[in-house]
Design a protein around this ligand. Structure first.
Ligand SMILES: Cc1cc2nc3c(=O)[nH]c(=O)nc-3n(C[C@H](O)[C@H](O)[C@H](O)COP(=O)(O)OP(=O)(O)OC[C@H]3O[C@@H](n4cnc5c(N)ncnc54)[C@H](O)[C@@H]3O)c2cc1C
Length: 440
């Protein structure tokens, strides 16, 4: 793949960053700032040509946002910065030889490596998940789920219009009109709320064959409650808000098997469904195992307090891939603020290391957490033990997400789509781009 032809490679030690997610982009921006001032060559490698704003990916899957609003082309994002971009897939890293091996391309040598390759959806070995469930991590997966959902609503409509006979009762849920979401972390909760709103407020209005009472949205969680990292009051609020929107919340229950048209739970119940969305967890990118270094639970790489790979002074690991801990030895959460702060920190430490200075430990500044269930319904737990519920929480959620999406055009497009969705009670991105349902 071509390195940017607009700039000739700079002199100076070579820092290679793998991954243009939250952590990698934060690192690259800081490294570019340094490269304007000292001799430094910076290369960013990613297998996508865009950055994905994962916190809003469920909105692309439920037709609220066009996928392009939450993906930012890397060349335009980094235009004018002294960074070489390489659109390629890393298959291995030889830490002894200091080389990054690429699929179908020559290896690249580095002086310092920043590994920010993130995590992947984990099926935890549950039967049928890989084959039949919908993962939700990348834009292509969001688009695939959206088209499946829209095609399903069309199919329900067509079936009802065709028959209108006994047995085609649109008020009785069937496998097409039942949607199961496995995992009630922030993504599962937000998706369940968005899907319930989509069906009740928009689809139910436009599709005579889809009646809200004839559909089910079932949120299944293995743990005792939804949203494990949130406070009890917030969890109660979220559960009530979901149930008020018609979501069936099943906690203390695991999905044991997924088939083409069913989900089997560990209490023996079999739910007829053709849609199981798997938001039950992630595991570290397989690159972590390829390194042969020490790993934590979930496959994250063990790092020192300055974010260097344990035992190496020229490899930093950041974001979802890093097994960094807080002051109590607990693994830091795999969330965007941790990734951004770590990316910045690793870039600064890489420069210190190259200049022969001692590195400094990383400290995470936790500014809170938030989740939305839909219109005027959200919880924002802020630093200083303040929690906003309902409309204030929702406005805080909207504002923060709008400000943090990469790219001015994307922020404008998101604002426009949200305003339209709110005012028209519609969804902006309801096109099925053929072939619909192609992977089934
Ligand atoms: C659906 C979903 C919703 C989320 N919602 C929230 C939220 O509301 N708030 C929040 O704080 N966090 C949220 N998160 C978590 C947050 O998105 C992650 O913690 C964050 O993206 C981690 O950043 P990262 O840079 O480590 O990895 P990522 O952002 O995942 O980036 C990894 C990058 O590495 C690239 N890459 C991977 N493997 C290779 C390879 N072999 N070769 C080349 N490139 C490679 C990928 O293409 C990608 O660009 C959510 C995550 C998901 C999946």
């Amino acid at each position: 793949m071509p390195v940017s032809e607009l700039r000739t490679p700079s002199d100076g030690p070579h820092v290679v960053v793998v991954g243009a997610g939250f952590a990698g982009l934060a690192a690259v921006r800081r490294l570019a700032y340094a490269a304007e001032r000292i001799p430094l060559r910076v290369t960013l490698v990613d297998r996508h040509n865009h950055h994905t704003f994962q916190p809003l990916i469920y909105q692309a899957a439920t037709a609220s946002l066009e996928p392009h609003s939450i993906g930012q082309n890397l060349r335009s994002e980094l235009r004018g910065l002294p960074v070489e971009l390489l659109y390629a897939t890393v298959e291995d890293v030889d830490v002894e030889a200091r080389r990054v091996h690429l699929v179908d391309d020559d290896p690249i040598a580095y002086d310092v490596l920043v590994l920010a390759a993130g995590a992947e959806t984990a099926s935890f070995g549950v039967e049928g998940v890989e084959e039949h469930a919908f993962p939700l991590k990348w834009l292509s997966q969001a688009t695939r789920l959206r088209e499946h959902l829209l095609a399903t609503f069309e199919r329900l409509d067509a079936a009802w219009l065709r028959s209108q006979a006994p047995g085609s009762d649109r008020t009785v849920p069937n496998a097409d009109s039942t949607f199961v979401i496995a995992g009630a972390g922030p993504t599962g909760v937000e998706l369940a709320g968005a899907l319930a709103e989509l069906i009740h407020r928009v689809i139910g209005r436009d599709h005579p064959g889809v009646r809200p009472e004839g559909t089910r949205v079932v949120l299944v969680e293995m743990g005792d409650d939804v949203l494990a990292p949130f406070q009890a009051e917030s969890r109660r609020y979220v559960r009530d808000a979901l149930e008020a929107r018609g979501v069936e919340v099943r906690t203390g229950t695991a999905v044991e098997e997924v088939g083409v048209d069913f989900a089997r739970l560990d209490d023996g119940e079999v739910i007829p469904t053709r849609t199981v969305v798997w938001t039950a967890g992630v595991q570290a990118n397989p690159l972590a195992s390829a390194l042969g270094a020490e790993q934590t639970g979930g496959g994250r790489l063990v790092v020192d307090d300055d974010l260097r790979l344990a035992g190496r002074d020229d490899v930093f690991v950041v974001g979802d891939l890093a097994g960094a801990t807080d002051g109590h030895g607990e693994l830091l959460p795999q969330v965007a603020p941790v990734a951004i702060q770590q990316g910045r920190h690793a870039a600064l430490q890489a420069v210190r290391h190259l200049r022969g200075r001692p590195t400094e430990p990383f400290h995470y500044h936790d500014k809170g957490q938030m989740v939305t269930i839909g219109r005027h319904a959200a919880v924002a737990e802020l630093a200083g033990d303040r929690t906003l519920f309902g409309t204030p929480g929702w406005l805080a959620w909207l504002g923060l997400h709008l400000l943090t999406i990469a790219g001015f055009r994307n922020r404008m497009s998101t604002l426009l789509n949200w305003s339209y969705n709110y005012a028209a009670v519609d969804r902006a991105a309801r096109l099925i781009l053929p072939p619909a349902d192609h992977e089934r």
